[in-house]
Ligand binder design. Sequence first.
Ligand SMILES: Cc1cc2nc3c(=O)[nH]c(=O)nc-3n(C[C@H](O)[C@H](O)[C@H](O)COP(=O)(O)O)c2cc1C
Length: 173
Amino acid sequence: MLKRFLKEISPRTSEKKTAIVTASPRKSGRCSILAKELKKQIPKSFIIKIADYKISPCKSCLKCSGGSCSIKDGFQNFIKKITRAETLILISPVYFSSIPAQLKAVIDRSQFFWENRMKPAKGLSGRFVLIGDEKKNYLRCCSIPVRAFFNTLGIKYGGGFYLRSCEIDKKIL
Ligand SMILES: Cc1cc2nc3c(=O)[nH]c(=O)nc-3n(C[C@H](O)[C@H](O)[C@H](O)COP(=O)(O)O)c2cc1C
């Protein structure tokens, strides 16, 4: 699957400015290893680590319905960075059959764009790469919030891949 993924993803994205977004808080984990591998293969790519931006979870204060988010933190810069790309590859680990809190915080904070009918990343295309230990394919559940997030930002969902962590350990390490 990893080989197929790399073969499929690299030629399609190689000419485009690509944001490789990693959702894992682990600095040298599999998501980070895969991100570095992709960066080598895609010349105009850059890595964005969600954990490098201090992004608090949504408080449901509903101030966004008035046109501004009450939380001023790394979220605004994170979105700005994404919009510099033409295409996006979001890499996330599976946590308890779901996505990690860091990614969920980003998704929930995007309620601001939903409320204000804004599509800050309109025109981008995006793919989702999920990495888990188990054989079970978690894409079905984990891609639901990710697709909603892409849709809210205006990113066209180009499909998802599920990779097992052992494949990354074997092939890249
Ligand atoms: C809190 C936590 C929960 C996890 N839950 C699952 C799970 O439900 N299913 C699974 O296959 N792997 C699970 N894993 C394993 C990670 O998805 C897997 O090791 C992944 O490669 C970690 O990515 P990283 O190395 O970039 O941090 C979990 C790991 C952590 C830390």
